[in-house]
Design a binder for this molecule. Structure first.
Ligand code: 6CS
Ligand code: FE
Length: 299
């Protein structure tokens, strides 16, 4: 197969008539960049489990700075009215603000910070650009989670991302306990792609960013993966960062505790894996959700 075939041939079909498990044929940690902040143990864990955690990625002072930035954005009426802001279905509270690496200079700086950028480059083995960025604000009492899914399934079918060569970091701005809606992941399940049944509705993103309904695996496949791999949860003090592969199987529960759970979420994609036409949707999602500015990020 030539390089061109690898980009256009759909090796990860989904949103057809039936669901099935497909073995991933791509690496998770890609060769090509040998220096950076990630240790070989962290990279080995990332390859084996599909994720790794860096405690204290941000200092307490930086957490304060970014928390204030989050509050500023959430309170700004112009931001609230912006189409890039997603509010909760039932409470109208801010749930996510997209494209924050373009609208906040502080977050633009963060994406370029060597502690973050160089780690993304190490995992993906190339130059990288930001595919998606968002602030996730999960309030106490009323915060709602996301059902089990693989991000890559959506990015492939709806955004046209050819291969699972993207990595996300979720940087905690609040303490993550086992009880305030923390992210659960299945270690090792990133090597299995769940092809999901069901056609993509038009403008699916208008509802999927509040509650995803298409592109989620059926219960028997989640059961199979959970019994094979088990479930771990990302917990840790504010400032910790979870790095997870784009095909990691993950989800979160609701948050009925008084403690909010907020994070900055940055997705890096390899410049060798830039988007083509969606593999299973009529039209691509807006660029504030799936960037088509493939210019590599430089320090
Ligand atoms: O749509 C996205 O890009 C992200 N959001 C959801 C609800 N699912 C896929 C991915 O995590
Ligand atoms: Fe996700």
């Amino acid at each position: 197969m030539t390089v061109a075939d690898l980009r256009t041939k759909d090796r990860y079909p989904s949103r057809g008539a039936t669901s099935e498990l497909i073995e991933r044929t791509d690496p998770t940690v890609w060769p090509g960049v040998s220096t950076g902040p990630a240790t070989s143990e962290e990279l080995a864990s990332h390859e084996a489990k599909g994720f790794h955690v860096v405690e204290g990625l941000l200092s307490p002072a930086e957490v304060q700075t970014y928390w204030q930035e989050l509050e500023r954005l959430c309170r700004d009426p112009a931001v609230r009215d912006d189409e890039r802001t997603i509010v909760e279905r039932s409470s109208d509270e801010v749930r996510s603000i997209f494209e924050v690496h373009k609208t906040s200079s502080l977050i633009a700086e963060l994406a370029r910070d060597p502690r973050i950028l160089d780690r993304a480059r190490q995992v993906l083995g190339s130059d990288v650009y930001v595919h998606q960025s968002r602030i996730n604000y999960m309030p106490g009492y009323r915060g709602t989670g996301f059902y089990w899914h693989s991000d890559f399934e959506t990015w492939h079918t709806e955004d046209g991302m050819p291969a699972p060569r993207a990595v996300s970091t979720s940087i905690a701005l609040t303490d993550n306990y086992p009880f305030n809606g923390g992210l659960m992941l299945m270690p090792g399940a990133h090597r299995t792609y769940v092809s999901c049944a069901g056609e993509t509705p038009e403008d699916n993103y208008k509802s999927s960013l509040k509650a995803q309904e298409v592109g989620v695996p059926p219960e028997d496949e989640i059961t199979e993966l959970a019994y094979e791999h088990g479930i771990e949860q990302f917990t840790g003090p504010a400032g910790s960062a979870l790095w997870f592969d784009c095909n990691s199987m993950h989800g979160s529960g609701n948050n009925i505790t008084p403690y909010p759970r907020s994070n900055i979420f940055l997705v890096f994609n390899s410049v060798e894996n830039t988007l083509v036409e969606p593999y299973a949707a009529k039209s691509p999602r807006p660029s504030y959700i799936a960037s088509r500015d493939f210019e590599p990020i430089r320090r």
